[in-house]
Design a protein around this ligand. Structure first.
Ligand code: JDQ
Length: 233
């Protein structure tokens, strides 16, 4: 998969893209990420990318022209662009379903705004998806774009060691994860539940399901309701 990030702060991505999972995915050629400085597509002497909002109000808005020029330059025209994502607090909250869809795309342009946001014509004409990573306000789209890249990358075929697909997890099953333990069996007076040491695999499965259900019920009533109402054949 080819990811193109458009940002005013290309340096933001240096750390995340080299670390661990993303670094290995890139080294192995399964992921390629190009981070582009939006200013490279500004046309005036001062490389201006922002302007005051029409109608007045505080702060600055990112201009449409550099985003359009970048998308045209990178893909040979707007019509040829891959599924394009704009990160924004007004987007639909990112959920694993959509991460799975993104991971199946050949390319993913990620458009990052700053200040008060991006000219609406970029949203209207370039965005296939508007994505939020949660109901809190960031200073710009970069952290959200890094989240998208990491969530997508771990689903790419060949990226994760053995567990593969990630289809066995929480958000595909509809419940939060059950508690995990590793050695030692007792640590600072805290014991690993006996059932996990019992060797009774059916009992272990039952315990894990109970734990997952209880955690989901208490911390994510929204997920719990959806899971309870799931249709079983
Ligand atoms: C931008 C901003 C609008 C402050 C500018 C570009 N989940 C999520 N939270 N925040 C963002 C995404 C996000 C994404 C892109 C952004 C925030 N800002 C700052 C924008 C109103 C207030």
């Amino acid at each position: 998969m080819r990811v193109d990030v458009l940002t005013l702060f290309p340096g933001y991505f240096d750390g995340p893209l080299r670390a661990s999972l993303l670094g290995r995915a890139r080294d192995s050629g399964l992921l390629s990420v190009a981070v582009h400085d939006l200013r490279d597509w500004a046309t005036d002497r001062h490389r201006t990318v922002d302007d005051v909002p029409y109608g007045g109000g505080a702060g600055m808005v990112l201009k449409a022209e550099p985003f359009f020029a970048a998308v045209e330059g990178l893909y040979g025209g707007i019509e040829q662009r891959p599924r394009t994502i704009v990160l924004t607090p007004r987007g639909a909250p990112l959920a694993q379903e959509r991460v799975v869809e993104f991971a199946a795309e050949p390319g993913l342009p990620l458009l990052c705004g700053r200040y008060e946001g991006i000219d609406e014509r970029v949203h209207a004409a370039l965005a296939h998806d508007e994505v939020s990573i949660g109901d809190y306000v960031l200073a710009g789209g970069e952290a959200a774009a890094a989240v998208v890249v990491e969530a997508v990358t771990r689903l790419l075929p060949g990226v994760m060691g053995n567990t593969a697909s990630g289809a066995d997890e929480s958000f595909s099953r509809g419940l939060l994860e059950y508690p995990q333990y590793t050695r030692p069996a007792e640590f600072r007076g805290m014991r690993v539940p006996d059932v996990l040491l019992s060797g009774d695999h059916d009992a272990v499965d039952r315990w894990r399901t109970e734990q997952a259900e209880e955690r989901t019920r208490s911390t994510r009533p929204d997920l719990y309701r959806a899971w309870s109402q799931r249709t079983r054949p």
